[in-house]
Design a protein around this ligand. Structure first.
Ligand code: 13P
Length: 287
């Protein structure tokens, strides 16, 4: 059964580790992530962007697939199904479809409007026993066609949103989605520290997990980050493993063209990355 992200993140914050959010795109992605979480006895959050939701034909399909897998694969670790960077309307759709968690990304609105919309969604999430992630300070890079710069959130605005009663808070600290450019300055720990001080027990969320060096990840966790999002890295290793399979001509040998064979190396590559991240984040054995 799906659970909200509340309990797993409260435990993570207190235990000084982070739970990974891995974005899903299809059956292979979902299966690989769930299998790894179960094998490592780790809690996990499945992230679904609005674009990925559309790709999978809609949120109800996603809920059906994930719930089916939890049962058929005998998954016993805590799993949350979470909308990633949702619009207000997208959030309402996921509430209706049976997600257990949503993110409302109101970071591009003026703070007052972000507050107003987040407040409404908190009420809705309480009624439906769901967790809610809010965002302050746009996270740069490209995600579903939306491009922004890596901003640093204002700690006072973070406190304002945290005090509304959200479950977890994403705050820009110079992180961006996708690959980091050569001249990236790294995470702003000064900002993270200031946000942590103002928001107390609130689990903080680090987006753009792809390509952040391990020492910076560890430091971010020590300063209050309890959820880390990873998306691009799984896509990169999936593409690389699939390319290798084809370039080696394996699809032309025997029944190598069978999608169950063709997509296997990519699926295994996702499992390896998820394992590596769970070990780095410290969530192994914490289910
Ligand atoms: P990356 O694609 O950079 O790993 O970021 C993922 C993310 O933050 C999803 O919200």
């Amino acid at each position: 059964m799906l659970v909200t992200a509340k309990e797993m993140l409260t435990k993570a914050k207190a235990g000084k580790y982070a739970v990974g959010q891995f974005n899903i795109n299809n059956l292979e992605w979902t299966k690989a992530i769930l299998q790894t979480a179960q094998e490592l006895n780790s809690p996990v959050i499945l992230g679904v962007s609005e674009g990925a939701g559309k790709y999978m034909t809609g949120y109800k399909t996603v809920v059906g697939m994930v719930n089916g897998m939890l049962e058929e694969m005998n998954i016993t670790v805590p799993v949350a199904l979470h909308l990633d960077h949702g619009s207000y309307e997208g959030c309402l759709k996921c509430v209706e479809a049976g997600f257990s968690s949503i993110m409302f990304d109101g970071s591009h609105y003026p703070i007052e409007e972000n507050v107003a919309k987040t407040t409404e969604l908190i009420k809705i999430c309480e009624e439906h026993h769901m967790s809610l992630e809010a965002e302050v300070g746009a996270i740069g890079g490209e995600e579903d066609g939306v491009i922004g710069k890596g901003e640093c959130a204002d700690p006072d605005e973070c406190k304002k949103i945290a005090d509304l009663g959200v479950t977890m808070l994403a705050a820009g600290i110079g992180n961006i989605h996708g690959k980091y450019p050569e001249n990236w300055e790294g995470l702003s720990f000064e900002t993270l520290e200031a946000i942590s001080e103002k928001t107390g027990d609130m689990p903080l969320v680090l987006h753009g997990g792809t390509g952040i060096p391990a020492d910076q990840i560890k430091k971010a966790i020590s300063l209050g980050v309890a959820k880390i999002n990873v998306n691009t890295e799984c896509q990169l290793v999936f593409a690389e493993a699939t390319r290798k399979y084809i370039e080696e001509g394996k699809d032309l040998q025997g029944k190598g063209f069978d999608p169950r064979k063709l997509l296997l190396p990519g699926t295994e590559a996702i499992k390896a990355i998820v394992k590596e991240k769970m070990e780095l984040f410290g969530s192994v054995g914490k289910a």
